[in-house]
Design a binder for this molecule. Structure first.
Ligand code: ZN
Length: 503
């Protein structure tokens, strides 16, 4: 009898401080969630855990059931009704009977009435099938709950930021679960968390303690001490009971010391985080000085563009993507030959489409969204320029992140603003989208490698596509609900004391 594998993806990184709503159609990146065969078709062959699971199931000749694939870019908590629409097909597939469940989850999803969405998904599947083996992959930005660890058989996560190893994390979790189904290993999980919330600007392996911790994890896997070792530095912008750095390690209980080895690796990873916790805190910079520094770096025509990173308003972490502070400073200081992406402003796009390519418009650009959680009102910027390009915003990623996956910017237009001291090309989209792939510029006829400056509304993921082409990178401290300075947020659920919020 062929085996029946249920493979599903339900992913949302919830920024509980974000004013951006999360309706059902936001999943599927603006196209709505995919169900059944459509879910498989949307993700097969992409650089994602879901695709890795599908590849394993195909290789094993298993019957593949893909009840749902639903991923939305980060925003506020989703409603109970939306969550039920995503989870019920998964429950139904497990209820029909299966030999294993492979889940591609985020790990920081919040529903309006539950701050542990992943724990709930697992609890509901366990209620239906108490003994079915379940593998889960989590994003690096996971707030891990005790319930989740207790209900899954295997947990793995990404070891990169930008996340360019999503497929590998899926393959790792999938192969371990398969080996356990076939009786070759017996997974046992050890985990722990610290009263520590790292700022996301300090998460990347090259920027702080994560590199040393990930090296411990990789070495333990390579030696065969453990089956998988995962660092989860938390998602600081989800205010939950579980928002904290954690580590989870899968050992093999078929070995006499399998559980003890897993515990030792977990302890060693957390010890580094504890000792070096000061490096996980972020110190704000001054926006005018940031932009002036970038300007100076670009003056002599360096080899490749200077990147200006508008990280406090990153839609890839729940930002509104329409805070104009950094753009305003760039225009004020007159940076010449700069391309900017993306400002999300469907109203401005409609006006540019109405004006038509080649014509001049004056727009009240961006600043349409208030951010009450941090006491910030939306403030548009009045700009005049020429409509350079109009596109349908349909893109396919060619860079190292999400390679091969299709995505949607919605109707998109480029505004070319020519001031006394220079020209800026501003990509304005209808949907939220973090710029981690050069396609964000190329699909609308801008060649990013030839620009003197690029401004990106991103915090770390831009590095996947843009770091290789950059001459210099300058982080610009603007404003928004992805501010790396955690003292701007009023946390209500996060356990206190927690470093660096409390001494
Ligand atoms: Zn992430």
């Amino acid at each position: 009898m062929p085996q029946r594998f249920v493979i599903a993806l339900i992913k949302h990184e919830t920024n509980t401080f974000s004013p951006i709503e999360t309706p059902l159609e936001r999943f599927g990146h603006g196209r709505g969630p995919a169900f059944g065969r459509d879910a498989r078709d949307a993700y097969a062959g992409s650089a994602t855990p879901m695709a890795a699971y599908i590849d394993i199931a195909v290789r094993e000749g298993a019957e593949i059931v893909t009840p749902v694939a639903a991923e939305a870019w980060p925003s506020a908590a989703c409603s109970r009704a939306t969550f039920e629409t995503l989870v019920r097909p998964l429950e139904a597939a497990v209820r029909d009977g299966c030999d294993a469940v492979f889940l591609d989850l985020h790990g920081a999803m919040v529903v309006t009435d539950n701050d542990d969405a992943e724990g709930e998904i697992l609890a509901r599947l366990r209620a239906i099938a108490p003994a079915v083996p379940i593998a889960v992959t989590f994003d690096y930005h996971t707030n891990l709950s005790p319930a989740t660890v207790g209900l899954a058989n295997v947990i793995t996560g990404y070891k990169t930021y930008p996340h360019v190893d999503m497929y590998e994390a899926g393959r790792q979790a999938g192969e371990i679960l398969l080996a356990s189904v076939q009786g070759r290993v017996k997974p046992v999980m050890k985990w722990g968390s610290l009263a520590l919330v790292p700022s996301i600007m300090r998460h990347a392996p090259e920027d702080g303690p994560s590199g040393e911790i990930l090296a411990i994890a990789r070495a333990a896997e390579r030696r065969g001490d453990v089956l998988a070792a995962t660092l989860l530095p938390a998602f600081a912008h989800a205010d939950t009971r579980f928002t904290a750095l954690s580590a989870v390690v899968v050992g093999d209980a078929m070995r006499r010391d399998g559980a003890a080895r897993a515990q030792a690796v977990c302890d060693a990873m957390l010890q580094v985080a504890r000792t070096r916790r000061g490096e996980y805190a972020y110190t704000p910079t001054n926006l005018a000085q940031d932009v002036a520094r970038a300007h100076a770096l670009g003056r002599d025509g360096p080899d490749g563009p200077v990147l200006l990173i508008d990280h406090c308003d990153n839609c890839g972490s729940g930002g509104t993507q329409d805070v104009m502070a950094v753009v305003e400073e760039i225009l004020k200081q007159g940076l010449d030959d700069i391309a900017i992406a993306p400002i999300r402003d469907p109203q401005a796009v409609r006006m540019m489409i109405a004006a038509g390519t080649g014509n001049n418009v004056t727009l009240s650009l961006g600043g349409k969204t208030d951010m009450p959680s941090i006491g910030l009102a939306g403030r548009p910027l009045t700009v005049s320029g020429k409509v350079r390009t109009i596109t349908d915003g349909e893109i396919v990623f060619r860079g190292p992140m999400y390679t091969g996956l299709k995505s949607h910017l919605g109707p998109t237009a480029v505004l070319e603003v020519t001031g006394a001291r220079g020209t800026a090309q501003i990509v304005v989209t209808s949907l939220h989208h973090e710029p981690f792939d050069l396609v964000i510029f190329r699909h609308c006829g801008i060649e990013p490698t030839r620009k003197r400056f690029l401004m990106l509304k991103s915090r770390i993921h831009y590095r996947a596509g843009f770091k290789p082409i950059a001459s210099h990178i300058v982080e610009c401290h603007g404003a928004g609900v992805t501010n790396a300075d955690l003292s701007v947020y009023r946390y209500r659920r996060l356990p206190r004391p927690s470093f660096p919020l409390d001494p």
